[in-house]
Design a protein around this ligand. Structure first.
Ligand SMILES: NC(=O)c1ccc[n+]([C@@H]2O[C@H](COP(=O)([O-])OP(=O)(O)OC[C@H]3O[C@@H](n4cnc5c(N)ncnc54)[C@H](O)[C@@H]3O)[C@@H](O)[C@H]2O)c1
Length: 368
């Protein structure tokens, strides 16, 4: 996989204790990488980071990415070959409650990571994660392309749009120059689901938290349509972007890439819940959901990504259809809660293998 580029490499993952960061750290570890994580905390209980035993498999620093001197110190010590920057305050509702903290972490924190990168002395390839929400969402029917206007009506979206500007500035001011040690790429995905997410105010974790208590989950906006994708889809894109960035003569330095699901994978919240609930075995649940009152904050409606650029330059495309995405997600939580929690690290690796097999059947380039 990934032409073995990560084997034996030093890789910094920020946000490594989070949902995506934990899956990514496990995957990198299985590829033979030496992972160093930076996160300010364990963001949920239960925690995928803890359940996968990642503290034993990786090196870890509990630090705030807004601590610039500390970031520089860690980067100087590790001299990473690759950096995957995922640390963020990622929840829209939380961003309304605490916009300043959201801007601090997502925008200024990203600047501190870029500033730490500026002083590394070895060649380093950095993949910086923003979001599909960085676009100025005009709720049109077409997929957003990478050159479309950035924006963001809520603080989370604006903090990611603002991070994009910071990244662009660092690229043009420092990393575009011939001889720059650092090359970077920006990756934009959204609405990720999969086993082991326990964040608050996200629909899939809310379901399994309720179902394990034998309660129906309260859902708002059942007819909202989202382009759902399994967590391994963008992660394969991030890893592929790092691989292509590192290859000699690459043309993707400074380029952003959308990494969304196939265009026909837009489904409503209700359809998603119907699909994942099929895999929940625990009995005595009369109904899986109740429709609650509408929420009182603005969350963008229709948002679709055009991923042609990632296909062209990275030969990346999604490997899973909606039913498989829902099945992998439902089966993971079902295994964790209703079967064997202790075995979840092996089970998660099995899902990574199953995902690679699905990608192999579609001849997606990173599998080689
Ligand atoms: N999950 C999604 O659906 C989704 C969609 C689009 C983009 N993203 C982006 O992907 C990335 C990962 O998201 P996730 O769902 O895994 O989030 P998560 O909440 O599960 O994890 C966030 C991680 O960031 C760390 N963190 C937060 N603030 C920090 C700070 N100030 N300093 C150091 N560490 C800090 C947390 O400790 C945790 O490790 C984020 O950048 C997010 O914006 C996620």
């Amino acid at each position: 996989m990934f032409n073995n580029i990560y084997k034996g490499k030093k890789v910094i993952v920020t946000g490594n204790t989070g949902f995506k960061g934990s899956w990514l750290s496990l995957w990198l570890h299985s590829l033979g990488a030496r992972v160093t994580g930076i996160s300010k905390d364990i963001p949920s209980q239960p925690s995928l980071f803890e359940e996968l035993g990642l503290a034993q498999k990786t090196d870890h620093h509990f630090e705030n990415i807004c601590n610039g001197p500390k970031m520089k110190e860690i980067f100087q010590q590790v001299q990473p070959d690759f950096v995957f920057h995922l640390a963020a305050q990622p929840i829209v509702s939380v961003s309304y409650e605490d916009p300043i903290e959201t801007f601090q972490t997502n925008t200024i924190g990203t600047a501190h990571i870029l500033e730490a990168l500026r002083f590394v002395s070895n060649p380093c390839n950095a993949v910086i994660v923003t979001s599909d929400k960085c676009y100025d969402n005009v709720e049109w029917i077409w997929g957003y392309r990478e050159q479309d206007a950035l924006g963001g009506k809520d603080p989370y979206s604006a903090s990611k749009g603002a991070a994009e500007l910071v990244i662009k500035t660092y690229y043009h001011s420092y990393f575009k120059k011939p001889g720059s040690k650092v090359k970077l790429t920006i990756v934009r995905a959204g609405n990720v689901i999969g086993g082991g997410d326990w964040a608050l105010n996200r629909i899939v974790p809310d379901c399994f938290r309720s179902w394990k208590e034998h309660q129906a989950v309260q859902i708002r906006n059942p007819n909202s349509t989202r382009p759902w994708q399994h967590v391994l889809e963008p992660l394969s894109g991030y890893l592929r972007a790092g691989q292509v960035l590192a290859e000699p003569g690459g043309v993707i330095n400074g380029e952003p890439f959308n990494m969304g699901p196939a265009a026909d994978q837009n489904h409503t919240v209700l359809e998603l819940l119907q699909a994942v609930s099929k895999y929940w075995e625990s009995g005595s649940l009369e109904k899986h959901f109740d429709i609650a009152e509408n929420r009182d904050f603005h969350e963008a409606g229709l948002l679709k990504l055009n991923c042609d650029k990632a296909l062209y330059y990275l030969q990346w495309k999604p490997a899973l259809d909606f039913d498989t995405t829902a099945r992998l997600t439902g089966e993971w939580y079902n295994h964790y809660y209703n079967h064997d929690k202790k075995d979840i690290s092996r089970y998660t690796l099995d899902q990574i293998r199953a995902y690679a097999e699905a990608a192999g059947k579609k001849s997606i380039a990173w599998v080689l």
